[in-house]
Design a protein around this ligand. Structure first.
Ligand code: ADP
Length: 485
């Protein structure tokens, strides 16, 4: 693996704790495989609970000094980290392709997206401000200060191995917090390369730590250790709920970016090409493995057949393969369980009357590849509309009235993203107000960037990442009731 990197020293197979690389863990080791080829990529240490407690203690020790570093200096550290990530973008993208499987061009896009949070929060670090208010009684002043929360634990998923870490670490470090990150078992290499670059940026030891290990064993330390003041998580609703309940025992602050079941609604008055482009962008990016991926398309009767035909044409033309091959647009799924879920959703839909317009099966090249799929005749009774498929499957549901579309779109416990396609501004306002979601793409399938507040409502999460609001998640208020001199 190191030989395919321009800078082989970015390849690390050791945890990073208190500025030191730990290549042997007390809980043993595990092997990491490339989802495209099945090749073994690395052997990584598994830390035990005690070693994770040591990492937390190191982050706590580092916190005392890091919170005192002037905001402008913290900003300069983050800016250096951003510059190094940008200079090493191709190598980071290679690591993402190797361990996660997305096409190289997409991986480079992810690195730019990941870096943008560090650039943004390097700027925001300098703009943390409090308030002064008139007290209700004579001679008093109310002073509100913003202070860092303290040591933060981050648990991140495999689908965006770089961005899900920087979207949490950048605001935390900008605010003066320190962090212990547990990346997904499937994608440690990107996380460790980010740690190496943080070290080169001069970020002091203990401020940013990466622990590796079996999540069920070390998770309870991250959620239960009293030195951890905040847990920030991206992943499934099921695990988020478990972590929240664990964190409840010590009343930790929590941010949760959880599962979605995004509806994409195309009205008769939409621009057909724009709607198809939007569906391709949100559905097939990362082979459908994104929490904001459109999980179900509701298409109005008047445009339905043309939409399905055009979408199927475009989807049939998508090139499937190893992310390093030229022109590949669809990589493998992450593992066998992901493939099995996609197959289950399709066979359940077909058994209940849906029809296939493209794909539907495992790809001829074998392994973890699946044919990009389009189905119509889908209904609310099918699993594919109720559960997050997390794969390259577009189920299309026909509807007649706006009210019907809104009701079906909201008929879910999730509330992360939604997408609307229409050229009628009054309709857009009306429907956007009625849809229960934290983020709504209007005539676009691309909604993520560092300037916008990312997050969900209902069982899709708590809190927002990125944007001017994201740093607040890592700040506490302190109020001074100030009298006299
Ligand atoms: P995904 O479907 O993306 O794998 P998960 O919620 O299972 O979603 O995983 C997201 C992150 O949560 C990963 O880093 C995973 O290792 C971690 N995780 C899974 N189960 C637990 C657990 N019981 N305790 C702590 N972390 C967990």
């Amino acid at each position: 693996v190191p030989s395919i990197l321009s800078d082989p020293t970015l390849f690390k197979s050791a945890a990073y704790v208190d500025g030191a690389w730990i290549s042997q863990g007390k809980a043993g080791s595990y092997e990491l495989f490339n989802p495209s080829t099945g090749d073994r990529l690395a052997v990584l240490p598994k830390l035990d609970r005690g070693e994770v407690a040591q990492a937390i203690a190191a982050a706590h020790d580092a916190y005392g000094a890091w919170r005192q570093v002037p905001a402008k200096t913290r900003s300069i550290f983050l800016r250096r980290w951003f510059d190094l990530i940008t200079e090493n973008a191709e190598d980071l993208a290679r690591l993402i392709v190797l361990e996660e499987g997305k096409p190289f061009a997409e991986a480079k896009g992810e690195v730019a997206y990941a870096a943008s949070f560090i650039e943004w929060f390097a700027e925001e670090a300098k703009r943390i401000r409090g308030d002064i208010m008139a007290a209700p009684e004579k001679g008093g002043r109310i002073v509100v200060l913003k202070e860092p929360v303290g040591v933060c634990a981050a648990i991140t998923p495999w689908n965006f191995p770089a961005a899900m870490i920087t979207r949490k670490a950048a605001p935390a470090l900008a605010a003066g917090c320190t962090m212990v990150v547990k990346p997904a078992e499937q994608t440690p290499l990107t996380a460790l390369a980010l740690a190496e670059l943080a070290e080169r940026a001069g970020i002091p030891k203990g401020v940013f730590n990466v622990v590796l290990g079996k999540s069920r064993d070390i998770g309870p330390e991250l959620t239960g250790n009293v030195l951890v003041r905040k847990i920030t998580f991206t992943g499934s609703t099921e695990v988020g709920s478990l972590l929240l309940s664990q964190a409840a025992a010590t009343i930790k602050k929590a941010s949760m970016e959880l599962g979605g079941n995004a509806p994409l609604i195309v009205f008769d008055d939409a621009d057909l090409d724009q709607a198809v482009d939007g569906m391709l962008a949100t559905k097939y990016r990362n082979t459908g493995q994104a929490c904001i991926s459109a999980n179900r398309a509701y298409v109005q009767a008047g445009i339905h057949d043309r939409f399905v035909e055009k979408l199927a044409q475009r989807v049939c033309a998508l090139k499937v393969g190893d992310g390093f091959e030229d022109g590949v647009q669809q990589g493998p799924l992450i593992d066998e369980a992901a493939l099995a879920k996609v197959e289950d959703h399709i066979s359940d839909a077909l058994a209940k009357g849906a029809s296939l317009h493209s794909g539907g099966r495992r790809h001829a090249r074998g392994g973890l590849f699946f044919e990009p799929t389009v189905m119509s005749g889908v209904t609310s009774e099918m699993r594919v509309t109720r559960e997050e498929t997390f794969g390259p499957v577009a189920p299309v549901i026909r509807f007649d009235s706006e009210a019907e579309a809104v009701a079906m779109a909201n008929d879910t416990e999730f509330g992360l993203a939604a997408y609307l396609f229409s050229r009628d501004a009054a309709r857009i306002w009306r429907v956007a107000a009625a849809i229960e979601a934290g983020m709504i793409g209007i005539n676009t399938g691309l909604i993520s960037n560092e300037v916008a507040p990312f997050g969900g409502i209902k069982q899709s999460g708590i809190g927002r990442e990125g944007s001017i609001y994201g740093i607040e998640e890592f700040l506490e208020m302190k109020y001074l009731a100030w009298h006299g001199a």
